[in-house]
Design a protein around this ligand. Sequence first.
Ligand code: NAP
Length: 297
Amino acid sequence: MSARIISGIEVAGEIRQEIKRDVEALKSRYHIEPGLVTILVGNNPASISYVTAKQKTAKELGFYSIEENLREDITQEELIFMIDKYNKDDRIHGILVQMPLPKHINEREVIYAINPDKDVDGFHPVNMGRLLIGEALFYPCTPYGIQQLLIKSGIETEGAHVVVVGRSNIVGKPIAIMLCQKAKGANATVTICHTATKDLASHTKRADILIVALGSPKAITADMVKEGATVIDVGVNRIGVTPDGKAKLCGDVDFEAVKEKVYAITPVPGGVGPMTITMLMLNTLKAAKRTVEMQGG
Ligand code: NAP
């Protein structure tokens, strides 16, 4: 039987409605609009499309948003100077620097420059450290989106064996840490796989929930998954151009074959992607609410 398709578009839509209501309440009660600045350096087409989508969503949800598009050859000092300006700007609650940055800029230094209270991407080491001890201020957006997809789709993580393929700082490691916390929507037994893992399939086949973030098209095939598992495909691979000129995408999982074997699966596009942007908005809303709380509201 074909799998249940977990639609990130639907779940993200529900969460966006909740955000919209909260934004309206924040505006009417405290005259505060969640404020987000996106900072893009250069002309990377994928980065431009991500930032455009983030700006569009911010506007739809009633946020105050600023878009900074900087030239490719901006210096690290100039970029950090700009970040500092927004660190001090009370109307801005979230600062998003679109990655990757040009090679002459040290990404780590840039992330360090963002005030952790405004780090709505959740990449600052303070926020990563808080995540590790189960006291996250902001969860990184993609792992946060994955966890919410599981919760809202009623997929039980408690006691489940979760196998994560990939150990990047933005997806693999944080989702593994989040799902092994002793908490609601977590409490799983987690295995992390990477390029040095011996016999990858022997691990993926044991997963009740398989989360794949390795960055290679259709790398996970049907023989590598357990019957009845839930598969979350994080991968976004550009494999050509559609007739209407858009990028043709596929995930890290061989969707057509795997969906015949598993209980539930996320598609690409339309799975994890829409959740990531929505979680950025949720983090920005949270940052705005925190400023109200800190002022005793
Ligand atoms: P990344 O930084 O390139 O990390 C890839 C990870 O996968 C690494 O840990 C690597 O292991 C591991 N890996 C690669 N090939 C492998 C293999 N054959 N077997 C086992 N492990 C393997 O990638 P990322 O930033 O985490 O992104 C992963 C994918 O998710 C990409 O397609 C990206 O576009 C997508 N993504 C999607 C979203 C979204 O919102 N939908 C957000 C972020 C990323 P080593 O550590 O040993 O090198």
